[in-house]
Write a protein that binds this ligand. Structure first.
Ligand SMILES: [Fe+2]
Ligand SMILES: [Fe+2]
Length: 159
């Protein structure tokens, strides 16, 4: 971010970078939990569940990339050690299902993580609205996808 861009960004940059880094760490934790569950899930119709989890995991990895890119543009650096992801994140590691074919638990884990993500990006969107247009746009774009993830899981619940 150049001088003029910093000048018009009417907010505490350090605070914003910290909020983005927390979200960045959340994304990696969610990615890993979902990706892992996609590999090990078993039981009747596991292929479908595996596919949903893989698709959502892919989105989370893309979010991590987009958030990292924005942190760097703002002059910061994202968390550089996986060992610090949990420490720096908003929420603890979502965890994975205890029984590999327990779809109810998988759905619950993902729904809880997505609810957290929705809150996080809603907060960042409010923080940047009218102040930092690029970050605002990124936050609302990711927010839309987190809302879709929650919906995917809620629809599975009804079956
Ligand atoms: Fe995400
Ligand atoms: Fe998500």
């Amino acid at each position: 971010m150049g001088r003029k861009a910093r000048e018009i960004a009417d907010l505490d940059l350090k605070e914003l970078i910290k909020a983005l880094d927390k979200a960045y760490c959340d994304e990696w934790l969610a990615f890993y939990a979902y990706w892992y569950m996609a590999q090990v899930v078993s039981g009747k119709g596991y292929e479908d569940m595996s596919e949903f989890l893989s698709k959502i995991a892919k989105d989370e990895l893309e979010h991590a990339r987009e958030v990292a890119e924005r942190i760097v543009e703002l002059g910061g650096l994202p968390t550089n050690r996986p060992a610090n992801f949990e420490k720096n994140a908003n929420a603890p590691y979502p965890g994975v299902m205890k029984k590999l074919d327990d779809y109810d638990e998988i759905i619950k884990l993902v729904e809880d993580a997505e609810a957290g993500a929705i809150e996080v990006y809603n907060k960042i969107a409010k923080m940047t609205f009218g102040k930092d247009h690029d970050t605002y746009q990124l936050a609302t774009h990711i927010l839309g996808e987190e809302i879709t993830h929650e919906e995917i899981m809620e629809n599975l619940e009804e079956k």
